[in-house]
Design a binder for this molecule. Structure first.
Ligand code: HEC
Length: 468
């Protein structure tokens, strides 16, 4: 047999495409011998019971199917190994495990064919060994594709420790304020984990490079200048992620989801400041070069109201509003933002209610005062509820005079003026509401012309003017 050349993959340094093509079928084909051989082992065991004795005549056939499909898997597996990038030790054991399983399966075939009725001990030992080797080889194959930590990644710690793995690391808590963002743990490492480690892990260190931890990254890969602290442009890693996507060396390869422009910038910055293993972005970013980029990247937009923590509301004020017909609900589990709704109340809205709402100014983000006999005069105070994100004023007799008081509501994203008496005044108001995304103006006194103007002047805005 010509398997000796398996020992050194160097014989075929530049394997032709057709070889690599068949190699890719190894993971598919390999399930055939697994299936046949498990069936063969079970059938062999079953023949010990008189009832299953007749199976004996099929045993050679099943073993032969197992052996030949194992041979096919071995060949394709060898082709696959030529594409390189696999952990050498694991590959060695997987390869020879597979070859041995294949040879022993042919052995089982011959034994069952020649001495079909003997129950000799050597035969059983052989079958047992095939079973064990099959499991071992399969496991090594799994480690090759998924990395040796894959199987026990979610195992309980005692099981992990028994297998010589460290206890699970607690997942890092999501950063909520920029001051606590760590340059490596919150920026660089998560990028590697989502976009790179599928090929650069312990089982499959493509290019000799592991991107699973700080230490491994700094060890680098074949190029020896993978990461040069302080010099982003000389770092191979930066070269790889900034090439045109169609370039052969571009990373991630094989059309995998590339890093975004933001991510590339952040990695370059990290290397430029010396590729530190940790440290707070705000402290490292002495030139304020990336802080706003980082807060945007981590979704920590400082102006975003919902990233603020608000104190709990005054209980007695909430209770009094509820007694006056308000429905008040918390909006989030871990923050005290509130929604207040008066639109279903049977009472009339009073000036005192508006004053009570003002006491909840910090917490109140959604307010529904639809059909509440609200007057223009009240809007002056409503305009002071600066945290409002959604305001519903539908069905009230309010006019342009009233809504001009709303111009300070810079968190407002949705404003409902359906069925009110407002008209041209919206043209002045809307540009001041910088976050406004949606305005409802159906059955108000706003003319078609005003709507056209409004849309022209505020391209990002959704104007709802017809019943939809
Ligand atoms: C689909 C698999 C795959 C993914 C995903 C992938 N790589 Fe690679 N990488 C490879 C292969 C294969 C090589 C070796 C062949 C080569 O040099 O192009 C390599 C080589 C490299 C090298 C050169 C090693 C050295 O130091 O000489 C660097 C750097 C690298 N990758 C970085 C990355 C980064 C960063 C990512 C994530 C953005 C990434 N790779 C994602 C497959 C991948």
């Amino acid at each position: 047999m010509g398997f000796i050349f398996l020992m050194n993959g160097g014989i075929l340094d530049n394997p032709p495409d057709v070889v690599l093509f068949f190699g890719r079928f190894h993971p598919v084909v390999v399930h055939l011998p697994i299936g046949f051989l498990i069936m063969a082992i079970l059938a062999q065991l079953a023949t010990r019971w008189p009832k299953f004795k007749p199976l004996v005549m099929y045993l050679p056939l099943i073993w032969l199917l197992g052996a030949f499909s194992a041979l096919l898997a071995v060949i394709f597996g060898y082709f696959l190994s030529l594409s390189g990038g696999y952990d050498e030790d694991t590959l060695f054991w997987h390869q020879w495990g597979g070859i041995t399983v294949m040879l022993l399966s042919f052995g089982c075939y011959f034994i069952n064919k020649k001495w079909s009725n003997s129950l000799s001990t050597p035969k059983w030992i052989l079958v047992f060994i095939v079973g064990l080797l099959l499991m071992f080889t399969g496991h090594m194959g799994g480690n090759l594709t998924h990395g040796s930590t894959y199987l026990l990644e979610y195992a309980p710690n005692p099981v992990r420790n028994m297998a010589g793995l460290p206890s699970k690391v607690e997942p890092r808590e999501k950063v909520t304020v920029l001051d606590s963002a760590d340059v490596f743990l919150d920026l660089v490492l998560p990028m590697m984990q989502t976009k790179c480690v599928s090929c650069h892990n312990e089982g499959k260190n493509k290019g000799g490079l592991l991107l699973t931890s700080y230490g491994n990254m700094m060890l680098g890969g074949e190029s020896e200048n993978t990461i040069i602290p302080g010099d982003a442009l000389k770092s191979e890693l930066v070269r790889r992620i900034t090439l045109p996507e169609e370039h052969d060396d571009f990373m991630p390869s094989e059309g995998k989801l590339p890093l975004t422009d933001q991510e590339v910038l952040l990695i370059k910055w990290w290397i430029k400041i010396g590729a530190p293993p940790n440290g707070f972005v705000t402290e490292l970013d002495t030139e304020k070069a990336v802080s706003s980029l980082v807060s945007n990247y981590l979704g920590l937009d400082k102006n975003n109201l919902f990233n603020k923590k608000v104190p709990p509301p005054n209980r007695s004020i909430v209770d009094s509003l509820i007694r006056h017909g308000f429905v008040i609900n918390p909006l989030m589990k871990d923050n005290y933002f509130l929604e207040a709704n008066f639109s279903l109340s049977e009472y009339d809205l009073k000036a005192a209610d508006i004053d009570a709402l003002l006491e909840l100014k910090e917490q109140l983000v959604w307010l529904n005062l639809g059909n509440s006999h609200l007057k223009d005069a009240y809007l002056e105070k409503i305009g002071l509820l600066l945290n409002l994100v959604k305001l519903d004023l539908r069905g009230n007799e309010i006019t342009d005079d009233g809504i001009k008081h709303l111009s300070k509501l810079e968190n407002l994203e949705s404003l409902n003026l359906y069925g009110t008496k407002v008209s041209k005044g919206v043209l002045d108001l809307v540009p001041k509401l910088t976050r406004l995304k949606k305005i409802y103006l159906w059955q108000s006194e706003v003319s078609k012309e005003t709507i056209t103007l409004l849309k022209e002047q505020n391209p990002g805005l959704t104007v709802i003017f017809e019943r939809d």
